[in-house]
Design a protein around this ligand. Structure first.
Ligand SMILES: *[C@@H]1O[C@H](CO)[C@@H](O)[C@H](O)[C@H]1NC(C)=O
Ligand SMILES: *[C@@H]1O[C@H](CO)[C@@H](O)[C@H](O)[C@H]1NC(C)=O
Ligand SMILES: *[C@@H]1O[C@H](CO)[C@@H](O)[C@H](O)[C@H]1NC(C)=O
Ligand SMILES: *[C@@H]1O[C@H](CO)[C@@H](O)[C@H](O)[C@H]1NC(C)=O
Length: 402
């Protein structure tokens, strides 16, 4: 093909596109061997091909594409193209081939095409919401729920939802939400103005227990405070904690305060997130608990050490939701038994419950909680990280105290 002809064809192509809309068919250049001249022939419309080029005395003769062949555009081809697309596994025929277009295949519902395979749309985990749902061509796009939003499910459809505004509903916030769960509201009328108020949760206890030595050096609190990164807890607050609490409880309160003061720090954010995850799992495990006073009394009676009294149980039943009652009572038990490990005590208590016609389901769910807290591997991980962070101070104090 000479250069001139090539250029002409490029222009012709533009010309064709321009004229396709018009009434007259677009043309193409054809060398007529009889007259030895270039003729302007009509192109064949989509769905047809050229059976006979035009001559000086005859128009182009077009014929319909045969079955399973197609021609998408106006053309001067002497055959149509074969419908060569075959739908693969997990695809369906979105558009069967006809004379003007090839077959179109698409991934079935819930999948998208990636490198020839129809992959399942990603499900966003709890704490993440869908910002762009998957299509047959693209995967789901997940994004971390922003402040004030949550997602408590694994889903390829659910977006992050706004936390319920308890005060707008005239209610109090009983449990502040996070990226994994909604705010929990409660009625602030009559007796329930007092909160259930679990001050140190089982997860926080599991998480921070390692930092608490069995015997406390007199200045232990200050050493820990100095070692902790981020915003330091001021002397006034340390003094307040010292006065209000004793022994190991001071540690929990201090670490809790530190967590609160530094919640914007990346590392602390991660710790908070992991504690939240842990608390969420614990709540999930005991969600079926719906125990009577008798049951709670038996459970508390079976824990070692100083007992939680009947009044405390009654009060707890009045102030706490059924799912939180056991957690609150364990919290009260820990306050009475300062230097004990609640999780160990619960493990012990559960062993002796069988004799009491105690609901099996509850025993099982509590065993799961214990097992979960033991396997709370993040805790072990942080233990290492934390100890490295607050460094040899802790180690040396621990050694001195043993
Ligand atoms: C082929 O299918 C497409 C899509 O449905 C349609 O737009 C077109 O008109 C069809 N062609 C013929 C010749 O029926
Ligand atoms: C998720 O949160 C909503 C709103 O608080 C609640 O109704 C639903 O039961 C929760 N689902 C799960 C699986 O926790
Ligand atoms: C909740 O609602 C109250 C009253 O309508 C409003 O003042 C407050 O800003 C809201 N809080 C959030 C976090 O939207
Ligand atoms: C818990 O017990 C109360 C009173 O016995 C009952 O009204 C409620 O439906 C129970 N809840 C569940 C989740 O079983």
């Amino acid at each position: 093909m000479n250069q001139f002809l090539c250029c002409t064809l490029v222009f012709l192509d533009i010309f064709i596109k321009w004229t396709t809309q018009g009434a007259t068919p677009p043309k193409y250049l054809h060398y007529d061997p009889v007259t030895s001249r270039q003729l302007m022939c009509d192109l064949c419309p989509p769905g047809t091909y050229v059976k006979q080029h035009c001559t000086a005395v005859r128009k182009t003769e077009c014929t319909r594409c045969p079955d399973q062949y197609y021609a998408e555009d106006w053309n001067s081809n002497d055959e149509c193209q074969y419908c060569n697309i075959v739908c693969k596994e997990l695809q369906y025929v979105k558009q069967e081939c006809n004379s003007t277009q090839n077959r179109i295949c698409e991934c079935i519902e819930g999948r998208y095409l990636e490198l020839e395979f129809c992959l399942r749309h990603t499900e966003c985990p709890p704490g993440f919401g869908v910002v762009q749902p998957g299509t047959p061509e693209s995967d789901t796009i997940c994004k971390r729920c922003p402040e004030g939003f949550f997602s408590n499910e694994t889903s390829s459809k659910a977006t992050c939802q706004k936390h319920t505004n308890c005060s707008a509903l005239g209610l109090k916030t009983a449990l502040t939400g996070n990226m994994f769960r909604d705010n929990m509201c409660h009625d602030n009328t009559d007796a329930s103005t007092q909160k259930c108020g679990i001050d140190v949760t089982l997860c926080e206890e599991a998480f921070f227990r390692f930092a608490v030595p069995t015997k406390l050096a007199p200045n232990w609190l200050n050493i820990l405070t100095d070692g902790l990164p981020g915003t330091k807890i001021n002397a006034e607050n340390i003094e307040r904690i010292k006065q209000k609490h004793n022994s190991q409880e001071q540690m929990f309160q201090l670490l809790k305060l530190w967590k609160l003061q530094n919640k914007e720090q990346d590392m602390v954010k991660k710790i908070i997130q992991d504690i939240d995850l842990c608390e969420n799992s614990v709540l999930k495990h005991i969600v079926h608990a719906n125990l009577t006073f008798e049951h709670l009394n038996i459970l508390m009676g079976n824990l070692p050490g100083k007992k939680v009294g009947k009044e405390d149980i009654e009060r707890t039943m009045k102030l706490c939701k059924s799912t939180e009652q056991i957690l609150k009572l364990l919290n009260l038990w820990r306050i009475k038994n300062r230097d004990q490990d609640t999780i160990k005590a619960l493990t012990y208590g559960l062993k002796h419950l069988k004799a009491y016609h105690f609901p099996k389901k509850t025993i099982q769910s509590l065993k799961k909680v214990v097992k979960f807290l033991h396997s709370f591997t993040m805790y072990q991980l942080y233990q290492k990280l934390f100890l490295e962070m607050i460094g040899n101070q802790v180690q040396s104090v621990k050694k001195r105290c043993v």
